[in-house]
Design a protein around this ligand. Structure first.
Ligand SMILES: [Zn+2]
Length: 251
């Protein structure tokens, strides 16, 4: 059993007993960690508000070598998540970030860049700003960091550059957009407007912040939500619980 320190985002807490909780944390250093937090449910417990959902905290925990849960020994609050003015679309978007992190990552499989993206997204969602853009940026970054980013500029089958005009065929099975010759015979092909595809490319760029300046109208956001909701559902094998609440997030 070793004592570890980490920076963590609280993804989930479940009541374990009268006084204790089991917390799921996404840490920068170790990836997802599940730990028992003794006394967390007591009014003046040892963790105070550091274990509130979506909080960023510094933790110390005892890592168990066997199958049993790790034990949280310290948690110090760094930043609380508070949607600006109690805005529900920010809150739902933040819940969705937590849901994706929980579903997409494995215990003790660290992804520091994904952690930084989540941290940045939660900070953005707790201040006034565009929820839709922050969320799309997070989703495309998560897909890239986890190796699931579809091919958006070259045909997923043959690698030919696909000109983005009119509507462009897209197949999750083929791994992205399709050129006209590869489109024939492909199953489950949807089509994406050139405008929505250009936005996806912008949001998926690994560096720069051009995505921040992208104008996103309601129609394009609606189309992107449809494409991404379908993509995540296929990837995860089920529809994320928060999807139904995201259509309102076009702020
Ligand atoms: Zn092709």
């Amino acid at each position: 059993m070793s004592s570890e320190k980490a920076t963590a985002i609280v993804l989930r807490t479940i009541d374990f007993s009268e006084t204790s909780s089991v917390v799921t944390l996404f840490t920068r250093e170790f990836g997802k960690v599940r730990a028992l937090a003794k006394g967390a449910r007591r009014p003046k417990g040892p963790f105070e508000s550091a274990l509130d959902l979506l909080a960023l905290c510094r933790i110390v925990f005892l890592r168990k070598s066997s199958e049993s849960l790790d034990l949280l020994t310290e948690a110090k609050l760094e930043r609380r998540f508070r949607p600006p003015g109690g805005d529900l679309s920010s809150l739902y978007a933040a819940y969705y970030v937590a849901e994706l992190l929980n579903e997409l990552t494995d215990d003790y499989d660290p992804h520091p860049k994904l952690f930084d993206a989540a941290d940045e997204t939660l900070a953005a969602l707790s201040s006034p700003g565009r929820v839709s853009a922050a969320l799309l940026r997070f989703e495309l970054t998560a897909l890239r960091e986890l190796g699931h980013l579809p091919s958006l500029e070259a045909c997923g089958e043959c690698g030919t550059v696909v000109e983005p005009s009119g509507r462009v065929p897209f197949s999750q099975l083929a791994g992205g957009v399709l050129c006209n010759s590869c489109r024939a015979g492909q199953k489950q092909v949807i089509s994406i407007s050139a405008g929505a595809l250009a936005a996806l490319i912008r949001f998926s760029e690994s560096d720069g912040d051009a995505w921040r300046h992208l104008e996103l109208d309601q129609k394009t956001y609606g189309e992107l939500r449809g494409v991404l909701n379908h993509y995540w559902t296929h990837l995860l094998g089920h529809s994320p619980r928060m999807h139904r609440w995201l259509s309102t997030a076009a702020r």
